[in-house]
Design a protein around this ligand. Structure first.
Ligand SMILES: Cc1ncc(COP(=O)(O)O)c(C=O)c1O
Length: 392
């Protein structure tokens, strides 16, 4: 194992050589094992953020690592204009788990790319340009995805964006219905809003959105980039009985290997012209091998059921804190937000000092997107640390 550089040198180099786009935390993470991360000074942390929801099987997962190592020796890259065995294996594994209606895939390497493809497919299939998105939505930072993303802080520096996007209140089917018209190509929604603060909509919202889209001849795009895998089923929308026309996945699918995909129905696929979209790295065998191993491990260990169970325990434990500083605890499975009456930053720092890494979602919401291997005992430890901070 390589020895870490001294922390001072890591700070100096990154600060001098990277564009200052990210608000940095001061520690340097240099190693991961299971649900734990280690910094350059050897301090251990319970990972309850999993790199923004990416490492769903934790770190250095033996089966995923073995699959990547075997594939890198066989073939690491193979453009999608050639057939490839690792890609076919991945598609077969996904096909066994995903709703059968979503039978065709475009493969890429990130969330924003999966969204970009979805928006382009909606335009080309419907011949329309309008897209109705929601307030507080986050769909990524490329120009198309940014059109659907709501936050002014991300949008305003880059105006003008693509035309045709509008935003309505989330979980308000009437507002959605009023915004959709004959020029609407697609409605785009997160089944549970992530970056916007972990908002779970009412049980019939996605079905209502689907009906509104269907009646207007528009498509329903669901962005499951954050919500897939961790809410008790492969996709969160399955719990509402909804299968969209287009569904976007990324983050956890290859447990940290950059991977994304846009799934579409047979009907949508049939109307996408050959050669109208593409990307060099999409469907590369290394990513496919990592994704096959990740999906296989999820399925074999039934981590969907475990996420639902441990997530319910997590929500109960947070609610049980009964702190006046907590406005609301929201979430489903292992996608959890704690909306505070104060800014979240101080608590994130306190958790980190107490050996627990979490995230924020907006100024006042603490967000937990842990690996799905999380146990009830680890939940209790983390909630204990948070409880101590809330009493101060
Ligand atoms: C719901 C959702 N959509 C899209 C994205 C964009 O994904 P990426 O950062 O891989 O471009 C994210 C990232 O956080 C997300 O949470």
């Amino acid at each position: 194992m390589a020895t870490s550089l001294p922390i001072g040198q890591i700070h100096e180099t990154e600060d001098a050589r990277l564009i200052g786009l990210y608000a940095k935390r001061e520690i340097a993470i240099v190693r991961g094992e299971g649900i734990h991360l280690f910094d350059s000074e050897g301090k251990e942390y319970l990972d309850l953020f999993s790199n923004y929801g990416v490492n769903i099987l934790g770190h250095a997962h033996p089966a995923v690592n073995a699959a990547i190592k075997a594939q890198v020796d066989a073939l690491s890259n193979c453009h999608s204009s050639f057939y490839n065995d690792a890609r076919a294996r991945f598609l077969d594994t996904l096909g066994e788990l995903a709703p059968p209606e979503l039978s065709r895939a475009f493969l890429c390497s990130s969330g924003a790319e999966a969204i970009e493809a979805a928006l382009k497919f909606a335009r080309v299939v419907t011949g329309r340009t309008g897209v109705v998105a929601t307030r507080r939505a986050y769909h990524g930072r490329t120009f198309g995805a940014l059109g659907a993303t709501a936050d002014k802080k991300y949008r305003d520096p880059f105006l003008p964006l693509l035309e045709g996007f509008s935003h309505v209140a989330y979980d308000d089917a009437d507002a959605l219905g009023a915004a959709v018209d004959g020029g609407t190509a697609a409605i785009i929604l997160e089944p549970i809003q992530g970056e916007g603060g972990i908002h779970v909509p009412s049980a019939d919202y996605l079905a209502a959105a689907q009906e509104i889209a269907r009646r207007a001849g528009a498509l329903l795009i669901l962005d499951e980039i954050q919500s897939a895998f961790r809410t008790g089923s492969l996709f969160a929308c399955q719990q509402g009985g909804v299968v969209p026309d287009i569904l976007c996945v990324s983050k956890g699918i290859a447990n940290g290997f950059p991977f994304g995909l846009t799934l579409v129905t047979e009907e949508v696929a049939g109307r996408i012209p050959a050669g109208s979209h593409g990307t060099t790295f999409g469907g590369n065998p290394l990513g496919c091998a990592a994704a096959t191993a990740t999906l296989t491990a999820l399925r074999d260990a039934d981590l969907f059921a475990q996420s639902a169970r441990v997530g319910a325990h997590f929500l109960d434990a947070l609610r049980g804190l009964g702190s006046p500083k907590i406005r609301e605890v929201r979430g489903r499975g292992l996608m959890i937000g704690v909306d505070l009456r104060e800014r979240a930053t101080k608590y994130l720092r306190g958790l980190q000092e107490g050996g627990v890494l979490a995230l924020s979602a907006g100024p006042t919401t603490l967000r937990f997107l842990p690996p799905l291997l999380l146990t009830e005992a680890e939940v209790d430890r983390a909630v204990g640390v948070l409880g101590g901070l809330l009493k101060k």
